[in-house]
Design a protein around this ligand. Sequence first.
Ligand code: EPZ
Length: 417
Amino acid sequence: MKKLIINGQHELTGEIKISGAKNSVVALIPAAILSDDNVTLYNVPNISDTIALIDIIELLNGKVEYKDEVMKIDTSKIENKVVPENLSKKLRASYYFMGALLSKFHYAEIYFPGGCNIGSRPIDFHINGFKKLGAEVTIEGNKYTFKAEKLKGARIYLDFASVGATINIMLAAVKAEGTTYISNAAKEPEIVNIASLLNNMGAKISGAGTSEIKIEGVNHLSSGVIDVIPDRIEAGTYTIIGALLGKNLKISGIIEDHIDALLSKLKEMGVDLDVDDNSIIINHPDTYKPINVKTLVFPGFATDLGQPMSVLLTQANGMSIFEETIYENRMGHVKYLQKMGANIRINDRTAIIVGPTPLKGEEVVATDLRAGAAMVIAGLIAKGQSTVNEIDHILRGYENIVEKLQNVGADINIIED
Ligand code: EPZ
């Protein structure tokens, strides 16, 4: 099993370059199969989720060349095949092949295991959207079958501004007959990235990034090119690390608007941030004011940054409140922070954090991707050595995290035992 060994309390100086966004690329790759020719993606992060999706594209007879963050996908001979569980279970975003295969072939069969460590994560909004477009959906255990004589544009209201459902319905609607309107659509930057690729391929999508998206169906989608946007969650994670340990630490290749909520909360805590539109220079303060953090849909405070942020709150002078409103369980990291010395009390989806509490190095576990990021941050500030187990979760979403941190002075290594 791979583990991280971290010796804490080193100030971090230098530059960290942000990679392409995991939560964009995991939708852009499935979207590519809608092209009858080929698609080129730039700034593709080399993370395990990317590799898992290449396996599915190749199963569908797509040809993939991936080198130095550039991915060329030849989709001219894509075939419709059953997506098996051993491939689809590697990442939840495999569900984007539901919308893409249904859109391209009017038929899709995919095994899809539900749930994960942060909640039940149903896909009812996705399914209801496909049905409104004219698909018949059959679910037998983990096997989902979608079929449609034809797909017809529809008016679809989302009970919750779901990122996945918004993207999946967009994929299913781009070649439908007529116009589809998605109301209460998610506004996350990833939605805009996917809509931009589809429009570059010849789709007619307007309103991406707002809560009202209009999709006029087209018959053919040709080749497309797109730059994967910078990963706002990776950028936020390293910015939080900078707030704790940075000494002229530069986080570059960011889009400031995508992490506005985080930056304003850090300024509220008294963190000194020198921000321009594509980089941040951070010098950590000696003390932090306590604040309240409530996760919301974009442009609110990102749920994926709640767990990393809660580590910083353990160092604030007084009581902070961290409230998670998107998922049922994003507190998997708390028991390990408590083991390291944090003073945290959980009440359902709210954590009451009293600081400052010096943390000491301990043996801990990454229970999910962002809990794992929280463990890395805690290890970096703790006195002594920490061991983080089950780090495959972390490697799914943070490209070259060990090298990026070593390059700015962190004492962190991967061991395999
Ligand atoms: C995406 O998940 C991201 N994953 C998540 O990032 C992120 O936390 C989330 O959006 C919110 O920003 C990817 O993009 C691959 P949702 P997604 O649909 O699309 C409920 C990470 O750490 N819901 O907006 O699954 C759902 O259970 C991951 O990178 C339904 O009830 O998020 C959740 O409580 C974690 N029915 C809430 O909505 C549905 O059909 C938000 O889900 C769909 C969702």
